[in-house]
Design a protein around this ligand. Structure first.
Ligand code: MN
Length: 253
C-alpha cells in the first residue's frame, strides 16, 4: 500500500517526521509537505503563480522520500498525487495543536485530508494537544495515527468522508468516536498601534473549554483520542424540501 504524508506545519516539523515513520510500518511512504508553515490557510489552492516541487534530503526523513512545495497543504496533495501517485491513503499531520469543531474549516492539516478525499483517496488528519505538553512527545499520537490508518487501510471509508483525529497531551486512556464541538473559542480582536500611531489588529481567541459530552473537545478533555468522521457533502438535505416549495418555479418575466 502507498501512503502520502503531508501537513501544514511544514516539512521540517517534528510532527510530520513522527507521522511518516509510523506510516512506514503500514506501507510505502512518500512525504510531500509545505516548505514553510501553512497553519490556518484552509483549503487554499495556488492557481495564480507557479509551484516548485523539490526533493528534500535535509528533512531528516531518509530513507523515506520527501518533497517540499512552496504552497499550501492542498497544493502538496494535488502535486504529490500527480507526480508521485497513485496513493491508497493520505495522512496529514501530526499537527502541533488540536483541530476541533469548526477549526476543520480553516485548518491546513484537515484541508490536506479534504483535498485527498476530493481526489477519491481515503484520508486521515491527525492533530495533537501540544499546548498542554511540557515537552513535545509524538509517541502516543503516532501510535494513534497508525491504529486509525490501519483501520482505514483494512475497511476503507465512504466517499467524501475523512477521519479527523485529535490526540490529548500525555498517554491517552483510549479512543472515542465523537461529533464536532459547536464552539470552543471566544474570538477576540486586539488593537495595537504601530510606531506611526496607526492602529492594527490581531485576531486571537480564548478557548472556552466547556465541552458537551460526545464532542471532540470533550473526548480530549477526558484524556481520550477523539475520532470524528467528517463528511464533505455540505449540501443540507434537511432544508431542501422547504426551500424547494418556496423557491422553485419559473422566474418572473
Ligand atoms: Mn499547523
Amino acid at each position: 500500500m502507498r501512503i502520502l504524508v503531508t501537513n501544514d506545519d511544514g516539512i521540517f516539523s517534528p510532527g510530520i517526521k513522527a507521522l511518516a515513520r509510523a506510516m512506514a510500518e503500514l506501507g510505502e511512504v512518500v512525504v510531500v509537505a509545505p516548505d514553510i508553515e501553512q497553519s490556518a490557510v484552509g483549503h487554499g489552492i495556488t492557481l495564480r503563480r507557479p509551484l516548485r516541487f523539490k526533493h528534500t534530503a535535509s528533512a531528516g526523513l531518509e530513507p523515506i522520500p520527501a518533497y517540499r512545495v512552496d504552497g499550501t497543504p492542498a497544493d502538496c496533495v494535488v502535486l504529490g498525487v500527480h507526480l508521485k501517485g497513485p496513493f491508497d491513503l493520505v495522512v496529514s499531520g501530526i499537527n502541533l495543536g488540536v483541530n476541533l469543531g469548526l477549526d476543520i474549516t480553516s485548518s491546513g492539516t484537515v484541508a490536506g485530508a479534504m483535498e485527498a478525499v476530493s481526489l477519491g483517496i481515503p484520508a486521515v488528519a491527525v492533530s495533537l494537544d501540544t499546548v498542554r505538553m511540557e515537552e513535545l512527545d509524538f509517541t502516543h499520537a503516532a501510535r494513534a495515527a497508525l491504529r486509525v490508518a490501519r483501520w482505514v487501510a483494512e475497511h476503507g471509508l465512504p466517499k467524501k468522508v475523512l477521519l479527523n483525529v485529535n490526540v490529548p497531551a500525555g498517554r491517552p486512556k483510549g479512543f472515542r468516536v465523537v461529533g464536532l464541538v459547536e464552539r470552543y473559542f471566544e474570538d477576540q480582536v486586539i488593537e495595537r498601534k504601530d510606531p506611526a500611531g496607526v492602529p492594527y489588529y490581531w485576531i486571537a481567541g480564548e478557548p472556552t473549554r466547556s465541552a458537551e459530552p460526545g464532542t471532540d473537545l470533550w473526548a480530549i478533555e477526558e484524556g481520550y483520542v477523539a475520532v470524528t468522521p467528517v463528511n464533505l457533502d455540505f449540501a443540507d438535505r434537511a432544508l431542501m424540501p422547504a426551500l424547494k416549495g418556496e423557491l422553485e418555479g419559473p422566474c418572473a418575466a
